[in-house]
Design a protein around this ligand. Sequence first.
Ligand SMILES: [Zn+2]
Length: 278
Amino acid sequence: MTSDSGICRTGNATGLDVFLCAHQDDEFSFLYTIQCSLAEGRDLLVLFLTDGGNSRIRDEESRRVLEAVGVHSSSIKFIGSELQFTDGKLMDHLLPAWRAIKNCIERLNSRVESIYMPAWEGGHQDHDVLHVLGVCLARKLGVYHSSRQIGLYHSYRMPWIFYRVLSPLELNGPTRKTPIPLSKRLEFLILFLNYRSQLRAWIGLYPFVVLDYLLDGAVKLQPISWSRIHQAPHPGVPLYEKRGFSNLQRVTISINDFLQTISSELSTENPIDPNNHS
Ligand SMILES: [Zn+2]
């Protein structure tokens, strides 16, 4: 449902929606969902979990984009910059990242409604380990079924280091599409020009985002899955391994160590598979 203002349904929902970003530009995929949360009257918390390689510049770029879509600066926390979690190395900081995210949420003393996170898709190692943090957090806070993942990019069934952008993996369960009004798509495409420090990455991304906005023009969200994070993101080699950024074995070891360490914090009953709910 869309309101007259072009923003999805309005209501008087309360509570807090948490958006998890590994890097200062990952929020590009969340902008319309963020505006929907604001329109529904929810409080927001947008967390960034790495220093982005150049926190001074990148924090400001993301702050500018988020404030332009209505997020108050007090709702944006650059955890990775404050705690010096190096871009690409979030897997080495899983436990302090877990504690820092929980602290940020607890301080707000607000009921969490949903957690939005990058998809489990083998695109970037930081996205995948942040996904695991998000799934664990959703379990701990009892919002597993209302939390969602969003695909950024992956190289499943793509040759060499080519990749697909904003393309949900079927393996991650059913996709729910929410159309983005044309005016919003144009507004966001202009806002993405703020990521000037990431010119090289965005030269690769931007044409695909434009194409997706033209052909699809919708936010594509999927449920999260406890069982999926115990599997490889997809058959074949993940993009981050093809690029030499990290490898699946190393990422898996870090994730398994983390899951073992925090297992006592989660309920003993494993949540049901996403294919059994929507
Ligand atoms: Zn990223």
